[in-house]
Ligand binder design. Structure first.
Ligand code: ZN
Length: 279
């Protein structure tokens, strides 16, 4: 399945058209996206039986984040060997977890404001949790994932490093966490353990790596995070970025107003964000 946020309502995408889940289920599921994750197993079992006569066309500009109201947002630093190497940092032995505050989340095609001189890009796989996960074994962890989406962990590097190793503020301006274009459930992903992440600035490809370069796989992250804190339905995990960010380029490169950042991951689709001047 592909689950999309269209004007704030949960929709199933079928043959490039949208089915409003609340209408198709006579109010049993939806309309909020969060309500889908709060009851995900029942929703997934029922979805194939929804009547299809309500299919409607939609435009990409209507899409919001497929998981817009998480209780928690986890993000992982230095989770690709190539990125740790370019940063000159040791490969972590435990996940370097921080948060992006939920107010940073946005739709897949929203603009990103240039809040400082050092705005940087990080294409990432975002995992959405489907049921409460506490002390989950790695071997069972995929059972707690509703699906995956494309995300960008935009980072204002000066703010990020201004408070030592407390990254969260510098990654949490509004617009710094676009996710989408929709949630792709695991059954529609050919190889969930090997996805190709690509990122372009205008026509210049800056990131291109397989997720097999991860230090901690998605199941390993769920096991290690849930060993400490329960994960809740609709929670997001930004699972880290591969090599090719701006701060480690020679010379360093940062985003400029008018540039378009396009991020594509394997079977998950593509998002893009135009860099704008702040209000
Ligand atoms: Zn990141």
């Amino acid at each position: 399945m592909k689950i999309a946020n269209i004007n704030g309502r949960a929709n199933l995408l079928i043959d490039e058209q949208a089915l409003d889940i609340a209408l198709a289920s006579s109010g049993q599921f939806g309309p909020s996206l969060q309500s889908i994750y709060d009851n995900f197993d029942a929703f997934a079992a029922a979805a194939s039986g929804f009547p299809k006569e309500g299919l409607e066309s939609f435009s990409l500009s209507q899409l919001g984040s497929p998981a817009p109201e998480p209780r928690q947002v986890f993000a992982i630093g230095l989770n690709y060997h190539g990125h740790a190497a370019e940063a000159g940092m040791a490969v972590p032995t435990v996940p370097a977890a921080f948060t992006k505050f939920p107010s940073s989340l946005g739709g897949p095609f929203e603009p990103v404001p240039r809040m400082g001189e050092t705005l940087d890009w990080e294409v990432e796989i975002v995992a959405v949790i489907s049921r409460r996960a506490h002390r989950v074994a790695e071997v069972d962890a995929w059972d707690y994932v509703a699906g995956l989406a494309v995300g960008q962990d935009y980072s204002e590097r000066t703010m990020q490093f201004a408070a030592g190793s407390q990254f969260s503020l510098g990654k949490s301006y509004p617009g710094f966490g676009p996710v989408g274009p929709w949630l792709t459930t695991l059954d529609e992903i050919a190889d969930r353990d090997n996805l190709r992440l690509e990122c372009w600035i205008d026509d210049d490809k800056v990131q291109d790596a397989p997720s097999t370069d991860m230090v901690f796989s998605i199941p390993s992250l769920i096991a290690k995070l849930s060993a400490v804190t329960p994960l809740w339905p609709g929670d997001l995990i930004f699972t880290g970025t591969p090599a090719g960010v701006g701060i480690t380029a020679q010379p360093p490169r940062f985003l400029q107003v008018g540039e378009v950042v396009r991020s594509t991951i394997g079977d998950l689709g593509s998002i893009h964000n135009t860099v704008i001047a702040p209000d």
